[in-house]
Design a binder for this molecule. Structure first.
Ligand SMILES: Cc1cc2nc3c(=O)[nH]c(=O)nc-3n(C[C@H](O)[C@H](O)[C@H](O)COP(=O)(O)O)c2cc1C
Length: 544
């Protein structure tokens, strides 16, 4: 481990890469019966059951960005909010095994993210810090304050338990924890919009967040898996107010965390090193948003050439695009979200759905995520388009900022076409080609990348942000996870589906794009397509 955190993080990223000829270091074999417990409990805490009614809100998905009156902060809204963000949404059963799915996806369904609730002035709850126990939808009182609060306030805190991921994925696991964190944050932003709340990230140092959430109480964690504090989000009824600071000191702590894996067979010390090196602050340009002008490309910026709908070549002829359905209620979209395990490789994604998905990725677009995460965009999607109505198959790019457009224009290989491909969106075609086999190969030979309508590769501005603030290593992964979450919910709303792809051959992607150094690195892949369901799986309700 270097004394320079940026060096440590670049080295971690390098050794956590998968290559065609070898995967990143991971366990040689897995004992599935010894999987770490996906549910941590806090023994010796007071537990409060939350209401079990299904969240009912009739707001249509298409109306989600509209302003609406703020719901009161009470146990009913807390319960519904958790149901739509981090709770279990269904149990699946097959061959005598059952497993829980949650409102957000997680690499390997291992769910390293733990959720904490800080509630002030909420009827039925003492003011304090609670661990959310998603197995039975309850909260466990971890710390109390004896000082009377003046306002009703909700904050959500998040921590990661890297061992849950490392157990299966070895050294690459820290990246997956951070991608998962991005999905969770996006889920919070969408649910907040439904409740008329504004989700704001609290600008605390990593040490302050750890202190508030108690993860720096090392004696409490003695002999059990560590938790890494990630971020605290304030939920606000009035967006014009200052972001309220959560209490940093508590008067009384209670409880001890349960052990998740009594017999760990491997150790991956680089994960703790990467966690330590990436502690820091939220992005320094927080809220400034100076880089966003002109991101949603006006027609005048189109440089000429083929515009989508103007007779693209190479569109698959297998299945005509289905008629666009009306939009379902937003709660339904959120609760029914699943990752596709397979795509049909035939269906053509309608142009309107494609545009909505891409638009949701742009800062200043319709997604509430970018009102919460309003820092300079650092992550830019490159698309391998296979089956999209009116769009030639090939390699595309959607720069999310002017700086991204310029920087990637300079850094990507110089023989790419950069043909404007949409009248409204900053979408450029880099090369026309059928790219299913390339997509599959780059994504660890996974069929979902080839059978999708299109597969995204998220390219992050890498070395410079991390040199400026080592915590950017986490933030780049969060941003990619948030992008994946926007894409998956928009796809779900349109009757399609997404799947995160954490397994990809990093340097093979860089080679394809001509990226020769660490100025840019690929951090996540994501596929969108028409799912093929597995009829053998049985589904049970989450809590009802
Ligand atoms: C960061 C991340 C990486 C993932 N990587 C893969 C992958 O490489 N291949 C795959 O088939 N699914 C992948 N998934 C999907 C998960 O397997 C899926 O989210 C998990 O099984 C839970 O299922 P659900 O999303 O339907 O709730 C990934 C998900 C996330 C969030």
């Amino acid at each position: 481990m270097s004394t320079d955190p940026a060096v440590t993080l670049r080295a971690y990223h390098q050794r956590a890469k998968h290559h065609f000829e070898r995967y990143a270091e991971g366990p040689g074999s897995l004992d599935w019966d010894a999987q770490p417990d996906p549910f941590r409990t806090w023994k010796g805490t007071r537990r409060y059951s939350l209401p079990r009614e299904s969240p009912e809100r009739s707001i249509l998905w298409s109306a989600l960005p509209d302003a609406r009156p703020a719901q009161p902060f009470d146990t009913a809204s807390l319960s519904a909010f958790l149901r739509l963000t981090v709770a279990i949404t269904a149990w699946k059963e097959y061959g005598g095994n059952s497993w829980a799915l949650r409102a957000h996806p997680s690499s390997g369904n291992l769910h390293p993210t733990e959720t904490w609730v800080i509630a002030y002035w909420v009827e039925g709850l003492a003011d304090g810090l609670y661990h959310y126990q998603c197995r039975d939808h309850s909260v466990e009182l971890r710390a109390e304050t004896l000082t009377a609060s003046e306002h009703a306030n909700f904050w959500l805190g998040f921590t990661s338990i890297p061992w849950r991921e490392a157990w299966k994925y070895g050294e690459r696991a820290f990246r997956y924890c951070q991608l998962d964190m991005g999905h969770v944050l996006a889920a919070v932003a969408y649910a907040a919009a439904l409740f008329g709340w504004r989700a704001r990230l609290v600008d605390l140092s990593a040490e302050a967040a750890a202190h508030c959430l108690g993860t720096d109480r090392h004696e409490d964690y003695a002999g059990v898996e560590a938790e890494e504090a990630e971020v605290i989000v304030a939920l606000q009824a009035d967006a014009n107010e200052e972001v309220p600071a959560p209490p940093l000191e508590w008067d009384e702590w209670s409880g001890l965390p349960s052990l998740l894996d009594p017999k760990p067979r491997y150790r991956w010390p680089v994960i703790a090193e990467a966690a330590l090196a990436s502690r820091g602050f939220l992005p320094s340009s927080w809220g400034a948003n100076s880089d966003l002008a002109g991101v949603v490309c006006p027609p005048s910026r189109i440089l000429g050439g083929a515009v989508r709908g103007a007779g693209g070549e190479g569109v698959g002829e297998e299945k005509p695009p289905p008629a666009q359905p009306g939009f379902p209620p937003a709660t339904q979209v959120i609760l029914q979200r699943r990752s596709a395990q397979a795509f049909d490789g035939l269906s053509i994604l309608p142009a309107a759905a494609f545009s909505r998905i891409l638009e949701s990725l742009l800062p200043g677009g319709s997604s509430p995520v970018w009102r919460m995460w309003n820092a300079t965009p650092r992550v830019h999607p490159v698309l391998l388009v296979h089956r999209v109505e009116g769009l030639a198959a090939g390699l595309y790019i959607l720069p999310r900022s002017e700086a991204g457009l310029t920087g990637l224009g300079e850094s990507l290989r110089q023989d790419l076409a950069w043909t404007a491909a949409d009248a409204e969106l900053p979408l450029y075609r880099l090369a026309a080609a059928r790219a299913e086999r390339t997509a599959r190969s780059l994504s660890c030979h996974q069929d979902i990348a080839a059978m999708s309508a299109f597969t995204l590769m998220f390219i992050a501005e890498f070395a410079a942000p991390i040199a400026a603030n080592p915590a950017a290593y986490r933030h780049l992964h969060w941003e990619a996870g948030m992008l994946g979450h926007c894409a998956t919910l928009e796809a779900e709303a349109a009757g399609w589906r997404g799947t995160g792809i954490g397994c990809f051959f990093d340097d093979a992607v860089h080679e394809l794009l001509g990226l020769a150094d660490t100025r840019w690195q690929v951090v996540y892949h994501f596929a969108i397509g028409m799912p093929v369901d597995d009829p053998r799986l049985l589904t049970r309700a989450a809590y009802e």
